[in-house]
Design a protein around this ligand. Structure first.
Ligand code: G3I
Length: 333
């Protein structure tokens, strides 16, 4: 087979993408590419609080369950995203959650959701995007309902609850803008490392770091800082997952062939660099076809309004240069 998953499976790697359950059931071309290319799936939105919690006392697992059923039918693993984040909270959240009940609500959410999928998932993003380099706190934690209501201990609470509810999922801290060596990203990456060390020193269960990898085609490649970070995590016994790779081309001129070539070059070099590290064990793109990407939302899209081309397959499900670059990088393992 010429598919990504066949090349990955020959090397013991997990490869895949973020998926939308409605498209798996309604669009055969989408379902086919996901089934043939991936051995690991993650819900783009279906396991977020907003999707799972229509009301404070109701859980709706239909989207997540549909992804799990699809994955089981196609011999794929699934990772959960996410249990604790400051975004994608349901509309009832602000009027319901406060200082006196936040801990109990977070723990019950994790117990119920991670419990529902217990034994079935590869990993969970337990805490997502907790660090903000603009934070004035010494630990660089981002202001969020969780931090504001529970305090910095919410991270430890979330990881402990996740391990208890699902002892077999790899527990992950996931974040973005930690790839480059700009002062801001170095500050953020250092804060992630300090957080991991802090958690480890308190025997908090954590198994992996998710490096989201929302990259910019005009920015070129990261320096050595990311590789050193991955190696330090390896020495601590932690895995690293590339969790949300996509490459925006909004700073490049309109020519499609040139944009595709720039995006593909970064796919190749970035992934070759990451996959040279033995503790990088899984690789996901944030979508699979340029037909559907969050980068086309009006607030993120190109100034000329042309669709972005950030993913391995083009809008008509033809493999793009990025596909071949990703496959070559897998082969370099
Ligand atoms: O479901 C509603 C729909 O009913 C409504 O008609 C439509 C109109 O705007 O909005 C739909 O919800 C949107 C949802 O995506 C589904 O398309 C939300 O407004 C929109 O905020 C949401 O955006 C998602 C975003 O996370 C926030 O949850 C993106 O799809 C998703 O790609 C993005 O993913 C994040 C990761 O979770 C974490 N890392 C960064 C990454 C990219 O931002």
């Amino acid at each position: 087979s010429h598919a990504l998953r066949a090349h990955a499976e020959a090397r013991g790697l997990l490869v895949g993408c973020a998926v939308v359950p409605e498209k798996l059931s309604s669009e055969p071309a989408y379902a086919n590419v996901v089934a043939s290319q991936c051995n690991l799936l993650v819900p783009e939105n279906a396991m977020k609080w907003k999707a799972l919690r229509p009301a404070p006392d109701k859980f709706d697992f239909r989207g997540g369950d549909a992804i799990l059923a699809f994955a089981q039918a196609h011999r794929q693993r699934v990772r959960g995203h996410n249990l604790c984040w400051h975004e994608a909270l349901p509309d009832w959240f602000a009027a319901t959650v406060n200082k006196s009940n936040a801990r109990e609500i977070l723990e019950r959410h994790i117990q119920t959701v991670a419990g529902h999928y217990s034994g079935k998932l590869h990993s969970w993003d337990v805490v997502n995007e907790a660090i903000d380099p603009a934070s004035t706190r010494p630990d660089s934690l981002r202001s969020s309902p969780w931090l504001d209501f529970i305090g910095p201990g919410y991270i430890e609470i979330a990881f402990r609850a996740a391990r208890k509810a699902d002892p077999s999922a790899l527990l992950t801290y996931n974040d973005y803008s930690i790839e480059f060596d700009s002062p801001e990203q170095v500050k953020k990456r250092d804060a992630v490392l300090r957080l991991v060390k802090h958690l480890r020193s308190r025997n908090v269960p954590i198994d992996a770091i998710g490096v989201q990898s929302h990259l910019d085609a005009a920015a070129g490649l990261p320096g050595n800082g990311l590789r050193d970070f991955v190696r330090e995590l390896h020495r601590m016994g932690l895995q690293v997952f590339v969790t949300e790779l996509d490459i925006n081309d909004k700073k490049l001129p309109a020519d499609i062939a040139a944009r595709d070539a720039s995006v593909a070059r970064i796919y190749r070099d970035y992934l070759t660099m990451m996959l040279a590290e033995p503790n990088v064990t899984a690789l996901l793109t944030w979508g699979i076809t340029d037909r559907y990407t969050w980068l086309d939302a009006p607030k993120y899209g190109r100034a000329d309004a042309l669709p972005e081309r950030p993913l391995p397959f083009d809008p008509n499900y033809r493999p793009a240069p990025a596909f071949f670059a990703e496959r070559d990088a897998i082969d370099s393992r």
